[in-house]
Ligand binder design. Structure first.
Ligand code: SF4
Ligand code: SF4
Ligand code: SF4
Length: 385
């Protein structure tokens, strides 16, 4: 089956090198880097596939490793190259970037402004237990990151931060968590992700998956704080805001973990040209590669004829046979959750996401909040600015 969304989303890993040493990292880091010549081959094959399928827009999500180990000039040249190839196929391209910001300086401003629409995503946990620099500790990492966040804000870039909760997050409570991101870091937008033990085992990953009861209690408390203090003031917390919009029948972009089948929407290319489902699979699970875009053959054949991709395509039906998702009131929203979270926990993608109990509680609470807002007759903003 071909990709069905327009835009289609490419997660592009131009390098798996990284200047950090986070204990929960799922990447198998290497010094491999994509050359501009290789990039041209890959983008040409993707644009050819888009023409065959009638897909107009390609959304490229640049990730690593760490993207900023490459210089800004590399991205400027890459951006021009991609634009030229897309134009020759009459296709459009949007660029998004995720960086740990360790290498950020004002030199990045022109390329971030022009190629990435003045927007960037990064990550920082509260409290920070696992994000570190080589030879450094979490406090040092936090101090550098806080400086980088201030710099990015002073440079008027739109910054979104992803936070992974941990056991200490739960112990400190949702109010301190909210205050850290909104009042201390002055962020208007952040996302909470559920961590999983991808890649090689480390002591940090032995805590995953997180305890569903404690995670649920934390998230529900955070929703209450957000609704009381942040929602009407334009603070955006993902995935709460998207779920609220879903239940209010507004336009929303739900996280990929709840998509009908992420295999129809995303694909990932690593610096060696390997094609996989997403960055979570690219370096950690080579047995799940769909093939290699730098070898002869087009993208269409790799998406159609590979046993690894077929396992993703077959997952929804397989899930219904073995799990209780068919009886779930939120099946049409959740679809069994994320394959890589299921795989890291159960070593089988035909199982449901281990955070199922948390998701159910979250959906239920956001449905109640949406009903309450709808009853108030739309006195709160349709979507935060
Ligand atoms: S910044 Fe990302 S890629 Fe680098 S070590 Fe940390 S989690 Fe891994
Ligand atoms: S495997 Fe999970 S994280 Fe990766 S694209 Fe699919 S839903 Fe998203
Ligand atoms: S919430 Fe749980 S039971 Fe419901 S669809 Fe998701 S994984 Fe399946």
């Amino acid at each position: 089956m071909s990709l069905t969304r327009d835009p289609i989303s490419l997660i592009l890993l131009p390098t798996l090198e990284c200047n950090a040493a986070c204990e929960y990292c799922f990447e198998d880091k290497s010094r491999a880097r994509l050359s501009h010549e290789q990039l041209a081959v890959i983008i040409d094959k993707i644009c050819t596939y888009m023409v065959e399928q009638g897909i107009v827009t390609l959304a490229i999500n640049w990730q690593g490793g760490e993207v900023m180990v490459l210089p800004p000039s590399w991205f400027e040249e890459a951006g021009s190259l991609i634009q030229e190839i897309a134009r020759s196929h009459n296709r459009e391209v949007e660029h998004y970037i995720q960086s740990n910001l360790i290498g950020y300086s004002r030199e990045w401003l022109p390329v971030l402004t022009e190629m990435f629409n003045s927007s960037i995503g990064s990550s920082l946990d509260f409290p920070n237990l696992y994000r570190k620099l080589p030879g450094g500790g979490p406090e040092q990492y936090k101090a550098i990151m806080e400086r980088r966040i201030r710099q990015v804000q002073e440079d008027s870039l739109d910054l979104g931060i992803i936070a992974l909760p941990n056991e200490e997050t739960f112990a400190m409570g949702a109010a301190r968590f909210y205050d850290y991101y909104v009042k201390h870091l002055h962020l208007k937008s952040f996302q909470i992700n559920t961590p999983f033990a991808g890649g090689t085992d480390t002591p940090a990953k032995s805590a995953y998956p997180l305890d569903n009861e404690r995670l649920t209690a934390f998230l529900l408390e955070l929703i209450d704080i957000w609704m009381a203090e942040g929602y009407a003031q334009g603070v955006r917390i993902s995935p709460f805001e998207q779920l609220l919009n879903y239940f209010l029948d507004r336009e929303q972009h739900l996280l990929c973990i709840w998509g009908e089948n992420c295999a129809n929407e995303f694909f990932c290319v690593d610096p060696l040209g390997n094609l996989s489902q997403c960055d979570c699979w690219a370096a950690s699970y080579p047995a799940f590669h769909f093939g290699n875009l730098l070898e002869p053959g087009g993208l269409g054949a790799l998406l159609t004829n590979t046993p690894a991709r077929n396992r993703f395509l077959e997952r929804p039906a397989a899930l219904m046979a073995v799990e209780d998702c068919l009886d779930c009131a939120y099946l049409a929203l959740c679809h069994g959750g994320c394959p890589v979270r299921a795989y890291t926990m159960n070593h089988d993608i035909r199982t449901k996401d281990p955070y199922c109990p948390t998701y159910k509680a979250l959906f239920s609470r956001m449905e109640q909040v949406a009903a309450h807002l709808a009853a108030q007759g739309g006195c709160l903003p349709v979507s935060a600015p």
